[in-house]
Design a protein around this ligand. Structure first.
Ligand code: TMP
Length: 263
């Protein structure tokens, strides 16, 4: 199906050359990896769901003025995006202690953090994406103080908005990872939200039960990975009109679940 030139292949996505200069096609695969690829599996239908969820989230963010690389969804697995120069940082925003911060600082998982915390990880698979400080980032020239200010402001805006969006559908946004890119626009450098926002890159807990609706189900062998992603999509109202991927049964949004985005 894809005769286009492949520009880059990551663990869960492939980037192809786009139809016009300055554009790319972002293709969502069904591959799931954890612990820097030590654990790997295919989860049939995951790519289709992540494409939809990420489209939905990026569109809502764009509506509130967050600049993103997303242009439009092309098909079940692909979206047209703006080509940006990726800043080699994984920007993590945390609201609740979980995962690596809980381990590193000896915090109980589920503890609400005193305030939202931003962390930076240097994107480098050989080094397993180490945690770095602003000092490292600016000293090694991965980004500069002005860009970092912009990145932190955007990351907090994204967090504020997404906390509300997910709360509206009964989900606690524990933490998430985002990436940013540089885009030259009329000689002006802009910082743009890139990559994806999906259950692969967020921790999402059901507000009532603390049930995990994200990639921790895969990382921690909790089972029902696809079902959890499907549940997130259904609550956000993005599965209703789409044909389900193989093996999935379409289910209507339950009447006691508020659907659509809480703004
Ligand atoms: P962590 O607790 O493992 O550091 O993860 C923090 C958040 O970042 C969590 O929502 C999962 C997400 N994440 C990624 O999207 N990619 C990664 O490679 C890692 C390690 C975490």
């Amino acid at each position: 199906m894809n005769r286009r030139r492949r520009i880059y292949e990551g663990k869960a996505k492939v980037l192809y050359e786009g139809p016009e200069p300055g554009t790319l096609i972002q293709h969502f695969k069904d591959d799931a990896t954890a612990f820097n690829n030590q654990k790997h599996a295919q989860i049939d239908g995951k790519g289709v769901i992540n494409n939809r969820i990420s489209e939905f989230v990026f569109e809502r963010l764009s509506e509130i003025g967050v600049p993103t690389h997303f242009i439009r969804r092309l098909n079940m697995r692909e979206q047209l995006i703006r080509e940006v120069e990726i800043i080699p940082l994984e920007v993590v925003v945390r609201n609740v202690a979980a995962g690596s911060i809980a381990e590193r600082l000896g915090l109980d998982e589920g503890m609400t953090l005193p305030r939202s915390i931003i962390e930076f990880y240097y994107k480098n698979d050989d080094l397993q994406d180490p945690l770095v400080s602003e000092e490292h980032i600016t000293a090694f020239g991965w980004s500069n103080p002005a860009e970092l200010d912009e990145i932190m402001q955007l990351a907090l805006r994204v967090n504020d908005f997404l906390v509300g969006l997910f709360l509206g559908v009964g989900i606690r946004l524990v933490d998430f990872k985002i990436e940013f890119g540089r885009l030259w626009d009329n000689e002006q450098l802009r910082i743009i939200l890139a990559d994806e926002i999906s259950p692969d890159s967020c921790r999402l807990w059901d507000i009532e039960t603390d049930n995990k609706l994200d990639k921790d189900r895969f990382r921690r062998d909790l089972g029902d990975v696809l079902e959890a992603y499907q549940e997130v999509a259904r609550r956000l109202g993005v599965l209703n009109e789409s044909r389900p991927p193989q093996g999935m049964v379409p289910v209507l949004v339950a009447s006691n679940n508020p659907s659509g985005g809480g703004e």
